[in-house]
Design a protein around this ligand. Structure first.
Ligand SMILES: C[S@@+](CC[C@H](N)C(=O)[O-])C[C@H]1O[C@@H](n2cnc3c(N)ncnc32)[C@H](O)[C@@H]1O
Ligand SMILES: [Zn+2]
Length: 267
């Protein structure tokens, strides 16, 4: 099993109640579902956060099917489901009115990514909904493995998307982009990037994850405390953090969004 697959078999990741921001994601999807949709495939469903929401809130469709590669995640899914690979979907052409794929495409290597795009459009009769992180700066989430010194993304993202890339995902494949939303508003401090970079350097970008992660190069199991900063560095970080907290209310800010949601319609 590769290391990303192993990561998604960790029960701690899936055994949790959705946070407010995750509910915002799910409600956004629901708001985007067109009225003439009867059947839905959620490809890369994770623990079923979307399909369970539809079920629990009595949002009725004649068929809701969930697919994921992770056996552990699928244990939490309450609808019709199976284990499978998004780049080799085992369904008939146009089997579902709508195929939904949330926060999965950024994890795929180039071959799986191209195959997934092809297969999603093949299986979708009417519509596709995709969500991806918005303009993610991948290197900001890099962890350096203390054993082999390889840098890798803390949740194994391999690609970054912006609005233009997302809009054109199904160009030439019989689908047209008809709606786009940016959600997950977040604020950042204007002019403060040099300080942030300095703090990140002190932190050695190492405290971004709460679960075990596996180095994709050497296979080492990393826990955040294994590579957490030494005491001196921690005290410097805490001084900076306190200062930033004090300035929070008066400092000018930039606003950005965590996620892009896109709806496509078969032409
Ligand atoms: C970040 S999670 C997103 C889960 C869910 N869609 C959500 O929005 O909360 C990524 C999911 O993609 C699944 N995944 C990654 N590569 C996959 C593949 N090739 N085929 C099927 N599922 C895959 C992982 O197992 C994981 O459940
Ligand atoms: Zn390593």
């Amino acid at each position: 099993m590769n290391n990303e697959k192993k990561y998604y078999e960790n029960n701690e990741i899936w055994n949790k109640h959705p946070k407010e921001q995750e509910l915002e994601r799910i409600k956004t999807v629901v708001s985007l579902i067109p009225a003439d949709v009867n059947t839905i495939l959620d490809a890369g469903c994770g623990n079923g956060i979307l399909v369970n929401y539809l079920l629990d809130n009595n949002i009725k469709f004649s068929r809701i099917y969930a697919l994921d590669r992770s056996e552990t995640a699928l244990k939490y899914v309450k609808t019709e489901k199976s284990q499978g690979d998004i780049s080799k979907l085992n369904f008939k052409d146009m089997e579902f009115d709508l195929v939904i794929c949330l926060e999965v495409l950024e994890h795929l290597n180039i071959i799986d990514f191209q195959n997934a795009i092809q297969d999603i459009q093949r299986v979708a009769a009417k519509y596709i909904i995709i969500s991806v992180p918005n303009n993610e700066k991948l290197e900001e989430h890099f962890i350096k493995c203390p054993y082999c010194k390889t840098n890798f993304h803390s949740t194994y993202h391999l690609r970054s998307f912006d609005m233009n890339i997302t809009k054109s995902l199904f160009n030439g494949l019989g689908f047209q982009n008809i709606n786009n939303l940016l959600i997950g508003k977040k604020e950042s401090f204007k002019y403060i990037s040099p300080f942030k970079r300095y703090i990140k350097k002190l932190q050695k970008k190492d405290i971004k994850f709460n679960h075990e992660v596996y180095c994709p190069a050497c296979g080492a199991i990393l826990k955040s405390d294994v590579i957490s900063s030494n005491k001196m560095v921690k005290s410097q970080i805490s001084i900076w953090s306190t200062l930033i907290k004090m300035l929070r209310n008066i400092w000018p800010k930039n606003y950005n969004y965590n996620w892009i949601f896109a709806l496509y319609k078969r032409i």
